[in-house]
Design a protein around this ligand. Structure first.
Ligand code: FE2
Length: 327
């Protein structure tokens, strides 16, 4: 993209916006052209090659555990990863005796949580316009800042990012959840940007969504630190005593009705962007295929006055604060 003039493809069209509000998610095919996808995949493989298991605490990301008691993911390596690039391993990459059964690069479940600041190719995806970055600038549609503006954000902040590898044969299932459980503001405001860097299919564990559930499914639970302000005490899932729905019209438990519907698998091609409302129920199945399912995702929250991000959240802001999308 050589033009510096914002175009319709910078943000969302009215029909895309309407679909997002109706369903709670939106698939945008071809948000990233193949050249950008290749660059990002090359960066994923470069990062995987830097993993040295001899100095790694062997922290596993137990996706199932995160919706349960949260014990497993609550160690210091996880809790202090908000301003670092760290590697979390697949639960099923270990045998019963606790030995790794896969080579390092095939054992990683996810890489997180500060790629959007520390990895130049991923950081460039947040650039507000094609000209704001002197270095690598990705060719892309639906620029995050323009999308956030169309979604009504006053001061969107990227608070975490991760690559999820969903490894062949062992890529873990993720049970139904809402992202605002893990990234809570009062009132809720999280929106996920989820980029397929490889085709995501039913075979390799694509996402499934419960359309419209963002309207009636309140954020009932939160993942919080046992010891807010401290370290190393792990995390725990607690009842949410704050607002359960975003501000605005059209939300409420009474909207659930008799038939909440069924999960819809979202098979998408590499380069697709999927926007996910923080209240939307979604899940993914285990990857039992021989293919990886590498994706990149980051989340934004509202940083404007009137939105509280408290010290109980498992993820605490880096010294410089959560990353602004608007310059
Ligand atoms: Fe999620």
């Amino acid at each position: 993209m050589s033009s510096t003039t914002p175009t319709a493809t910078d943000g969302l069209t009215p029909s895309q916006l309407a679909a997002f509000h109706r369903d709670g998610y939106l698939v945008i095919p071809d948000a990233l052209p193949p050249s950008t996808v290749s660059s990002l995949l090359a960066e994923v493989h470069r990062l995987l090659d830097t993993l040295d298991l001899s100095t790694h605490p062997m922290t596993r990301f137990l996706a199932g555990g995160d919706t349960g008691d949260g014990e497993h993911s609550g160690d210091d390596y996880f809790l202090t990863s908000g301003d670092k690039i760290r590697f979390f391993l697949e639960e099923d990459a270990f045998d019963a005796a606790g030995n790794l059964t896969k080579p390092a690069h095939r054992a990683v479940n996810k890489i997180g949580h500060y790629l959007h600041a520390l990895s130049p190719p991923f950081a460039a995806l947040l650039a507000a316009s094609p000209t704001t970055n002197d270095g690598y600038v990705p060719d892309m549609r639906a620029r995050p800042a323009a999308v956030a503006r169309d979604l009504g954000f006053a001061d969107p902040r990227c608070l975490q990012s991760m690559v999820i590898c969903k490894q062949p044969e062992i890529g873990g299932a993720v049970p139904p959840h809402q992202d605002s459980t893990f990234l809570y503001t009062d009132p809720p405001s999280a929106v996920g940007f989820w980029y397929a860097l490889e085709d995501a299919t039913r075979e390799n564990g694509c996402l499934s969504f419960l359309p419209g559930s963002h309207r009636w499914a309140g954020v009932e639970k939160r993942l919080v630190r046992r010891d807010p302000g401290g370290r190393g005490e792990g995390t725990v899932m607690v009842e949410n005593d704050g607002a359960r729905f975003p501000r605005g019209e059209g939300y409420g438990e009474e909207l659930k009705g008799e038939r909440p519907g069924e999960y819809v698998p979202a098979e998408v091609k590499a380069g697709s962007l999927v926007l996910i409302h923080g209240n939307l129920l979604h899940k993914s199945e285990k990857n039992l295929s021989q293919k990886t399912r590498i994706i990149y995702t980051f989340h934004i929250i509202e940083g404007a006055e009137g939105y509280k991000y408290d010290e109980r959240n498992w993820l605490q802001p880096p010294a410089e604060g959560f990353t602004r999308l608007y310059n």
